[in-house]
Design a protein around this ligand. Structure first.
Ligand code: ARG
Length: 444
């Protein structure tokens, strides 16, 4: 009963490859340093490799009785090679062993996550390029605010995912540190060569405090924090995809494969993939809270509480990466309903800021211009007229600074005017697309 309670083999068997890889490097080092003989090391390494095969062929019997992945593999090694197996755990503890396995695991998952982010970014860039000249209403408070290019809107997500990628790259720096050689907590009393093990396993650095090395799970917290931020971004994109594919918006259509029909309403095409992604955000935040709370106030060094670090990490990886991949696929299938996007711009009230800017350029302080436009907008709405349908004398009722050239203000002129770095002018968006391509091609 208590044995079942403390066992982690049901989930940490996922770390078998990292565990065996780490043990092989350790055995090589022990032999190189003359701590065990070359022939013992060879026997151990052969045994470990055949255990890996057994696991990969589904022939390995994981046993709760052996608690965790480390002891399951060791017990099998004894069966295979006899007492020599007992030499593998020289100058090592399960405490530095699990820290190693987890760091190897997170390192691999970091690069997979970064790749998945890149694929999604490239789908977004493709969609933006295919719809380069489409003008859409830009929103604040979900109210139409100013016109923007659809490509500009999509590239906003490119930027978010770029920052996410940078965060994961940054997390890699702090994960890429070898903890092995820290022993249970105080270091080991054998002449080990930690630098050698680091090179064997591809670690950039060796940890510099044994107590810290066996109790540090910051790299897991950090992966989960980065994942949580990425899920924030995915949930916002999901929400816009859901909104934009509603009948009310009808800005886009998502490929069939990413929607499902309703069991009773035949006209429906539900954006289930986007909804699930939005829903899955919760569990990723939850895992972050859980690991933070597990680690909180733990005394140094290792405590068994830390075994609770794994399931949340695995589920985070298994939620985030598939979400990124399915989004990369879904975004590629998006068809933009050009007409609807354009029609959605209600009259030309969205140009109110541009009309205010027009008055400012004629010498009116901005606050006054804002007041004029606020009255003018109310007037136009009450007459059910667009700005460009108002006569010059109607304009003059609000300010004598209005002239014939006020009619030259259009959606296009509004965009072109925002030719500032990061702005929505076609020129700036073109440059942003080029930059995005350069980033994806690795030239920037
Ligand atoms: N299964 C343990 C974990 O995941 C491995 C380390 C156990 N160390 C110990 N001293 N019991 O944390």
């Amino acid at each position: 009963m208590a044995q079942d309670y403390v066992a982690s083999i049901s989930f940490d068997q996922r770390l078998y490859r990292q565990d065996i890889t780490g043990s092989i490097a350790h055995a090589k080092m022990l032999a190189k340093q003359g701590i065990i003989t070359e022939s013992d090391a060879e026997t151990i390494i052969k045994g470990l490799s055949s255990i890996q095969e057994e696991i990969e062929q589904g022939k390995f019997q994981f046993q709760t009785e052996h608690e965790d992945i480390h002891m399951n593999i060791e017990a099998r090694l004894f069966e295979k090679v006899g007492d020599v197996a007992g030499k593998l755990h020289t100058a090592r503890s399960r405490n530095d062993q699990i820290a190693l396995d987890l760091r190897l695991f997170v390192k691999e998952e970091l690069s997979k996550t970064i790749d998945a982010l890149k694929s999604l970014q490239s789908s977004l860039v493709e969609l933006a390029e295919a719809n380069k000249n489409i003008i859409m209403p830009g929103y604040t408070h979900l109210q139409q605010a100013q016109p923007v290019l659809l490509a500009h809107h999509l590239l906003a997500y490119f930027e978010m995912f770029q920052r996410d990628k940078e965060r994961f790259h940054d997390c890699l720096k702090r994960t890429d540190i070898l903890p092995l050689g820290s022993g249970a907590l105080a270091g080991v009393s054998y002449p080990v060569d930690r630098e050698f093990v680091a090179r064997e396993l591809g670690f950039g650095k060796v940890s510099t405090n044994s107590l810290d090395a066996v109790s540090d799970r910051d790299f897991i917290i950090e992966y989960e924090a980065c994942a949580a931020i990425t899920m924030v971004h995915l949930s916002r994109l999901a929400e816009e995809i859901i909104l934009w594919s509603s009948a009310e918006f009808s800005f886009i259509e998502i490929g069939e494969a990413y929607t499902t029909g309703s069991s009773i309403m035949p006209q429906k095409k539900n954006p289930d993939v986007a909804e699930l992604a939005r829903g899955k955000t919760g569990r990723v935040y939850g895992h972050l809270m859980a690991i933070l709370t597990t680690m909180e106030a733990l005394p140094l060094a290792y405590n068994r509480d830390m075994q609770e670090d794994k399931e949340g990490l695995f589920d985070t990886v298994d939620t985030l990466q598939p979400t990124l991949r399915v989004f990369a696929g879904m975004v590629k299938t998006i068809k933009v309903n050009v007409k609807r996007v354009r029609q959605a711009i209600k009259r030309d009230y969205i140009l109110a800021t541009d009309l205010a800017d027009y008055l400012v350029k004629k010498g009116l302080p901005f606050r006054e211009a804002h007041g004029v436009l606020s009255k003018l907008s109310k007037y136009a709405v009450s007459r059910d007229k667009s700005f460009h349908e108002l006569s010059l004398s109607e304009y003059h009722g609000f300010s004598l600074l209005f002239d014939e050239d006020v009619y030259a203000i259009t959606l296009e002129s509004s965009l072109a005017a925002r030719n500032v770095i990061g702005g929505t002018s076609p020129q700036q968006v073109g440059a942003a697309l080029t930059r995005a391509r350069e980033i994806l091609n690795g030239t920037k």
